[in-house]
Design a protein around this ligand. Sequence first.
Ligand SMILES: [Mn+2]
Length: 326
Amino acid sequence: MKLIIHHWDADGIASAVIYTKVKDEKFQYFTPEIGNYFLGEKDRKAILSYHPKEIILLDMSLPVQDLQFLNSVAEFSVIDHHQGKKVKGIKVFNPALDGKGEYPSNTRVLTELFSLQHSELEYVGLFGDTGFKLKEDDPLLMEMKEFFGQSFNNFRKAVKIIDLQYKTGERERVISILKFLLRNPVFSVLTSKEFIEVETLIEEEKEREFKRLKQFDSINFLFTPSKFRIVSDLCRKLYAAFPDKLNIVIGLQGEAYNFYLRTGLFDLSPLVKLAKERGFFAGGKKEVVGAVLDRNQVSEYFSLLEDFIASRGYSLKQIAPIIQGF
Ligand SMILES: [Mn+2]
C-alpha cells in the first residue's frame, strides 16, 4: 500500500490529486490532526496501521523527528515548497531548498517536476496559498485571470470551498473533497451540496462560539472547545473590533491547545522570538502571536506571556485562574 500524507489546505489537496493522476496508481490519503504541523501519537499510530510500503509527503514541512519516523517505516520521499533545512538521509524534492527561489505553491513544484501543462488543479494550489495576498498587478494573478478568463470568479469560489473543508476540523471532509477531485473537474465543487454547506456551518459555529467571550478591563478572553478550526478567525474578529485590548482566544486541536493573542497595544514580535527560543511551537508577527501547546506546556507558556505583558505595563491576572483550570 502506498500512502500520501499531505497538507489539509487547497494546495495540499490539489497536490495529492495531481500526484495521484501522474502516477496513475491507487493511494491511501492521510493528513495530520488539522492545525498541527507535526505528527501526534495518534497520527503515528494511524500511519502505522496502513502498513505503508511507500510514503510520499506533499506540501508539508514536518519536524526532523517526524521525517525520520516516516523514513523508518517505509520508503519515504518529500515533495514540498516550504523553506527549511535539508535533513540527512531524507529524500526531498524542494526547489526552494536548492536556492531556486520561492515557489508559490506545491502544485507548481509538481507541475514543473513532471513537466505538466498548467492546469486548473495547479492554480487551485497557487491561489489557495497566495491568492489572499496578491496585489491587483501581481504577475501570478494576471496569469490566473488569463487562464480562467470569464470563469475566474467561479474559480476563486471553488478554491475557497476546497480550502474551507479543513476548518470543520474533520479530516474526513478533506479526504472526501480530495477523492471527489480525482473524479471530477474543479468547478463541480460549486454544485456539490456536501462541500458548499461547509461555509454556512463554519459561519454558524463562529457566531455560536463568539458568545463565549468574557470581557475584562484590558482583556477580551474567549475559550472555545469547538472542533472547528476557528481560533484564528475569532481572534482576528475581536482584534478588528478591539485593537487596543489584549484579545486572547484559546481552542483545542485534538489533544493540543491552540493559543492566540492579538493586540495593537504594543509590538509582539519580541514575544514571538522568545517563545520560539524557549522551544514552543509558536509563530506570529507584530500584532499576533499563536502557539500550539501540549497540555503540560500551557502553564509555562502562560507565564512567559504574563511576564512579557507585565513588562509592557499590562496584566493577565484576571484570566490566570481560567488558564490554571485547563
Ligand atoms: Mn502549499
